[in-house]
Design a protein around this ligand. Structure first.
Ligand code: ADP
Ligand code: MG
Length: 215
């Protein structure tokens, strides 16, 4: 059985589960960044998601699913600092804004959320697919979400999480042209981008939550 949609209280609980997963993945995410950057990605993400937990626990879910995501994004922007805080916070803030009117998170809302997130990140960071950034996981995830928008949310999330993981894996073969890793040139080949690892982890955790909610 696949769940058709998640209510605002369920999305609140999903975001807390995502936060715990990112915090637990701090060593993995920092290791990914150590291969290509300065090794602090897990630290920044864990800091951001500790702030997300605090903010989301204090949010009344009757504010709506969009507000839950955008509050999470603002918590990241104000707590993480730096370029990546702004970029990852934008994923949640602009994604949430794109579904401000949604009464629940269903597959069409997921597609709108990911497209809003992608548009916001690209407007802010100017990364193109193939630059070896988190966009290489987010872009295929947004495309897949649009393609499966007629499915129940649980099935849509399974496909979207897979697309993000495929994008993360495809980033291994790319040469970094943005961010700290660009100075490595061809030496950046062979490792996945750290931000793409984060996006894949977030979407896989959302999918796992939706599969468990249907059981
Ligand atoms: P910093 O680079 O400041 O140390 P982090 O280590 O937390 O920040 O994050 C690095 C990640 O940020 C990269 O792996 C990449 O996915 C993402 N990133 C960097 N620059 C951009 C950009 N312009 N657009 C999208 N994502 C970016
Ligand atoms: Mg870093």
């Amino acid at each position: 059985m696949s769940i058709a949609s998640l209510s605002a209280p369920q999305v609140q609980s999903m975001l807390l589960t995502v936060a715990d997963a990112v915090i637990a993945a701090e060593p993995y995410l920092s290791e990914a960044d150590r291969n290509l950057g300065d090794g602090d990605h897990g630290i920044g993400m864990a800091r951001g998601f500790r702030a997300v937990k605090e903010k989301i626990q204090a949010t009344d879910p009757s504010e709506g699913v969009g507000k839950l995501f955008s509050h999470a994004g603002m918590a990241m922007i104000t707590s993480m600092g730096g370029a990546s805080g702004a970029i990852f916070g934008t994923v949640f803030r602009d994604g949430g804004k794109a579904i401000a009117a949604a009464p629940a998170l269903d597959a069409p809302a997921l597609a709108a959320l990911l497209q809003g997130a992608l548009d916001g990140v690209v407007a802010r960071g100017k990364a193109k697919p193939g630059d070896k950034t988190m966009v290489d996981a987010l872009h295929p995830a947004a495309l897949q979400a649009a393609a499966v928008a007629s499915l129940p949310l649980g099935d849509a999330l399974l496909a979207v999480a897979q697309a993000a993981e495929d994008g993360r894996d495809a980033s291994k073969a790319m040469i970094a042209t943005l961010g700290r890793a660009k100075t490595l040139g061809e030496a950046s080949i062979g490792h996945p981008d750290a931000g793409a690892c984060s996006i894949a982890l977030i979407l896989r955790t959302m999918s796992d939550f939706a599969q468990a909610a249907a059981a």
